[in-house]
Ligand binder design. Structure first.
Ligand code: MIG
Length: 728
């Protein structure tokens, strides 16, 4: 039933039937030779009606990694995951689906291999839930591609996956600054005040988001002129302050006569259609809407060009939301609900269980699979396909529309593009945030685990809503989350309508001061963060890695709440309420601990490998620099690029020899692909009671402005030698 083609030394494609071309894979498979092949390595195959099950008996020591945006542990064993993109704002532990589908996993243990299923509708991964030792993957179709990556090295499996689906997206450098959002800032004045407040309080900030209320009646690509009389002026004025504005974009087009998006879409046949060929109706924020048929290339071009409204204002960042697509209700669903309520009314004197059941029915009105089965996409070849069959590709194609046209609208300029929904391959043109989490301590560990799993999928540039989206947050929670967020590539504080505001100044003076220090620390790390990000994309190695991807042994496999941030730094955030520290494990090598609060202050200690309890007050985050590795800092600024970086501080524990490859470029264009970047190779060798420092530079187009490097090099006994070096 399968055909097979070997793609590389490690990667083999097993094809069943005639898979839908999703666009996840960038390798051209057309000219490949496919041979008949009825078995798949490692798996036993079970056919059941229209389903195929892949069954693997796991050994005790097997660990399963991957699956991207999923809940539960980092080791995916012990839970069922269902890939069918859904807008579920209750990220409770039993949930099987979220906004994105990422059916790529690595099994590491007795055998080690990777697996990716390119199939855009429901797939179930039962990883030792139903039967604790059985991995069972169910694909309810005969048409899909299954890739097996046969390597013992987790990192080389990931490399192969990136070869297949593309390298991670590279945002502009300012995307590594701090970002603030709120559902909603309701007016231009409010946005301007938030910007001012950042500058007044001295908290660095690069981006402010405008959520759905900037639109006129939630009509996509419109602006509410009453509330935002001069959106463009606001964008320009904030830009002067170093703050970029990013608007939210929703896919549903309001059904309203004379609204140009609606009229054009209807006239050109650009919307999804129902079984009778009429434009499909589903309600979202604006009330009844039509969904653009993003699976069609002409529709994508049309949609993408609409971002010009904003790019003309100088906007270079977008936030595509609701693109699962989220459905509040369909007319049919609403009718059913009304019928139900009428029947309740008839019996209203005695209603008991009926009311309880009605509650369940009410919840099912949103994001109902039956509704997804009731509309169609017209593809480029004119054929119609049921939405349910390609459901997981909707947000992917909306974002592809955005990314492709942004390249036309702003040639050679990088953009910050977030999508809520995703599918493999989206990572090469944009990224995702983790959706509607809650201001719960429990969601900090979710953030930490998902950060690692998403990085394996190529979503390097990711993070959660810092402080939590839904529910009210305490000052302590926001502070701890601001500390965690400072060490995630995407760093944005965002919160929901009707929740307690959580911008850094919304609490008390002390909390504000702590948060200022944290954000400044984040900016001090910018040279390291950016350099590591760019190097990790270049090398196809996840920017954030579990410890078990770097160190050997069983002990590290259990560690899910510490992670490598770049090659040199291990982060161990405090993520529990009222804690003044935490337990942690330091694998294999010596570590230079910096329990960091202020950029200016050092609080350093050398640790041998082992298990420890580390104290960390509310204003402190435990950081660890790996032995014989270096980190780089610079003076914090109010926003990325405010000042030229002329001085670097290099910190490390060098017991032997350390080399750091510092990378920088213009931060806004793609000129780096033409060799326009700078490198400093910083080489430090220990010599008795001293260090030999050698710095070489590669800087053909004069990117680097570094004049001076301060070295703070620690020895195994904790002593430090400080030296300055003039460069150039
Ligand atoms: O269902 O636009 O995930 O970040 O603030 C709510 C309002 C719709 C969901 C997004 C969230 C955003 C919110 N949106």
């Amino acid at each position: 039933m399968f055909t097979k083609t070997q793609l590389t030394q490690y990667t083999t494609l097993y094809r069943s039937g005639k898979p839908f071309k999703t666009g996840a894979v960038i390798v051209d498979l057309e000219s490949n030779d496919f041979q008949q092949n009825d078995t798949i390595p490692y798996f036993q195959i079970e056919e059941e009606n229209n389903k195929i099950n892949f069954i693997y008996k796991m050994s005790k020591e097997d660990v399963v990694y991957g699956l991207g945006e999923t809940l539960g542990a980092l080791n995916k064993r012990g839970k069922i995951y269902r890939f069918y993109n859904t807008d579920d704002p209750e990220h409770t532990p039993e949930k099987m689906s979220l906004y994105g589908s990422h059916p790529f996993m690595i099994l590491d243990g007795k055998n080690t291999f990777g697996l990716f299923i390119d199939y855009p509708s429901e797939i179930i991964f039962d990883i030792g839930f139903t039967d604790k030792d059985i991995l069972k993957i169910t694909v309810p179709s005969k048409d899909f591609d299954l890739y097996i990556f046969d390597s013992d090295e987790k990192l080389s499996i990931i490399k192969e996956y990136f070869n297949l689906t593309g390298k991670p997206y590279i945002p502009p450098k300012w995307a590594f600054g701090f970002q603030q959002s709120r559902w909603s800032y309701f007016s231009e004045e409010e946005v301007r005040n938030v910007a001012k407040k950042f500058r007044e309080t001295g908290i660095p900030c690069d981006v402010i988001y405008t959520d759905i209320d900037y639109m006129d009646s939630y009509k996509v690509f419109t602006i509410n002129k009453d509330k935002f009389p001069n959106y463009e002026g606001m964008v320009k004025d904030l830009k002067e302050m170093g703050i970029k504005v990013i608007p939210i974009i929703d896919p549903g087009v309001k059904i309203e006569k004379d609204y140009s998006m609606y009229e054009e879409g209807k006239e050109k046949g650009f919307f999804c259609v129902d079984e009778n060929g009429n434009d499909f109706v589903a309600a979202v924020w604006p009330g009844p809407t039509h969904f653009p048929n993003f699976l069609n290339s002409e529709v994508r071009r049309w949609w993408g060009k609409k971002y010009k409204l904003f790019t003309d204002m100088g906007i270079k960042g977008f936030w595509n939301d609701m693109n699962e697509p989220s459905i509040f209700y369909t007319p049919k669903g609403l009718d059913n609900l009304i019928e139900l309520l009428k029947s309740l009314e008839k019996n209203k004197e005695n209603a008991g269980i009926e009311v309880f059941l009605a509650r369940e029915t009410l919840l099912k009105i949103a994001n109902n699979r039956e509704d997804y089965k009731s509309f169609y996409h017209k593809l480029d070849d004119g054929s119609l396909i049921n939405h349910d069959m390609v459901h997981n590709l909707y947000g992917f194609n909306m974002t592809k529309a955005t990314a492709d046209e942004l390249k036309e609208l702003c040639p050679n300029e990088r953009y910050l593009l977030l999508s809520r929904s995703s599918y493999p391959g989206l990572h090469r043109m944009a990224s995702i945030w983790m959706g509607d989490n809650k201001s719960w301590w429990e969601h900090m560990i979710v953030n930490i685990r998902m950060l690692q799993s998403l990085n394996m999928m190529g979503f390097f540039y990711t993070g959660a809503d810092v402080g939590g989206f839904g529910a009210d947050s305490s000052a302590e929670l926001v502070i701890r989350w601001m500390e965690l967020g400072a060490f995630t590539p995407f760093y944005r504080n965002h919160s929901a309508l009707n929740t307690r505001p959580q911008e850094p100044w919304q609490f008390d003076e002390e909390s504000l001061n702590i948060m200022r220090d944290i954000v400044r620390l984040r900016y001090a790390f910018l040279p390291y963060t950016y350099s590591e990000y760019m190097n990790s994309v270049k090398e196809s190695v996840p920017f954030v890695k579990p410890l078990s991807f770097v160190f050997e042994g069983d002990r590290v496999k259990d560690i899910e709440d510490q992670y490598m941030y770049g090659e040199s730094l291990m982060v161990a955030p405090v993520y529990e309420q009222n804690k003044k520290g935490r337990y942690l494990h330091l694998p294999e090598v010596k570590w230079l601990n910096w329990t960091a609060s202020k950029y200016e202050e050092r609080n350093m200690k050398v640790y041998e490998p082992g298990d420890y309890y580390i104290e960390a007050d509310l204003n402190e985050i435990p950081l660890f620099i790996k032995e014989n590795s270096l980190i780089l800092l610079s003076e914090p600024m109010n926003y990325v690029g405010e000042k030229e970086i002329t001085e670097l501080t290099v910190i490390g524990l060098v017991s032997d020899h350390a080399v750091y490859n510092y990378y920088d470029d213009d931060g806004t264009t793609y000129n780096f692909t033409k060799g326009e970047f700078g490198n400093l190779i910083i080489d430090i060798t220990k010599a008795d009671n001293d260090f030999k420092i050698d710095v070489k530079s590669y800087d053909p187009v004069n990117i680097l402005k570094i004049k001076k490097i301060h070295f703070e090099i620690y020895d195994s006994d904790g002593s430090v030698i400080k030296k300055d070096m003039i460069i150039g």
